[in-house]
Design a protein around this ligand. Structure first.
Ligand code: NI
Length: 255
């Protein structure tokens, strides 16, 4: 049973065929999906999906793209959402200096406040980090000891050394479609070097579609390509990778 640790099925990309697609994904052997929140509205939609589909769970949080106008009242709203039974994480939260939709200071402030919320609600965090490796790492380093459930670095893109440091702090490394890209040299190295016990698989659907479907809409049935790539690199069977990454996901999100 595949454990999809990061997807966005509340996204409008699925408005035409969401139900049919989710049924197809379930039939393909995906047993768990963590739907990651992008903002307040998307987090609410994610919770709605958890009520309609037994295999969907939700993370609630505000992505660094959308923190510009955030207010403390929004954090309180997220806190109320965590009372829902199938909310299992705070995310996705973090820093994005590639787009830099808001200043670094604003992004750090709301990342920090959402980490605090995870501490207070005893939930793990799902971290988004783009072109912000060092600042993200420092934030995690200053908080991890008091985060009872730690979390995952979603769509990891940093160095092998940093991945090992995250693992020491009890974090998981999210591996997705980028691993199948031709220029994935760095991720190949990361997957070769870190133990499978610290890897979660993810599609980030509808984004980051793996080869051979790159450029088209992504969905969780394409986890097969990511699992195959990991199995090839680590000389394991597909079944071994599916089983261990599902075990990891259930452990992190207490399922
Ligand atoms: Ni995402």
């Amino acid at each position: 049973m595949y454990f999809e640790s990061h997807a966005h099925y509340d996204d409008e990309a699925y408005n035409e065929d969401r139900h049919e697609l989710l049924m197809k994904i379930k039939e393909a052997g995906v047993g768990y999906i963590i739907n990651a929140g992008a903002d307040i509205v998307s987090s609410k939609r994610g919770i709605q999906l958890t009520k309609e589909y037994d295999f969907i769970y939700a993370a609630v949080g505000v992505h660094p793209h959308s923190v510009q106008d955030l207010q403390d009242a929004d954090i309180e709203e997220l806190r109320q959402m965590t009372a829902e039974p199938k909310v299992v994480a705070i995310g996705e939260i973090g820093l994005d200096y590639y787009y830099e939709h808001s200043s670094k200071d604003i992004q750090k402030r709301w990342f920090d406040k959402q980490i605090q919320l995870a501490k207070e609600t005893n939930l793990p965090i799902i971290i988004h980090s783009r072109e912000a490796a060092q600042d993200t790492f420092e934030m995690v380093q200053s908080h991890y000891k008091t985060l009872s459930k730690r979390g995952v670095i979603h769509c990891y893109s940093g160095s092998v050394e940093m991945a090992k440091e995250y693992i020491k702090m009890g974090f998981y490394i999210g591996v997705g479609g980028v691993l199948t890209f031709k220029n994935a040299k760095r991720m190949v190295e990361v997957v070769e070097e870190i133990p499978l016990e610290h890897i979660l698989i993810e599609t980030d659907a509808p984004y980051l579609t793996p080869v051979p479907h790159r450029g088209k809409r992504n969905d969780s049935t394409y986890l097969v390509y990511i699992v195959q790539a990991i199995a090839d690199l680590k000389n394991l069977t597909v079944e071994e990778v599916v089983k261990q990454t599902a075990h990891n996901g259930k452990k992190l999100f207490s399922l």
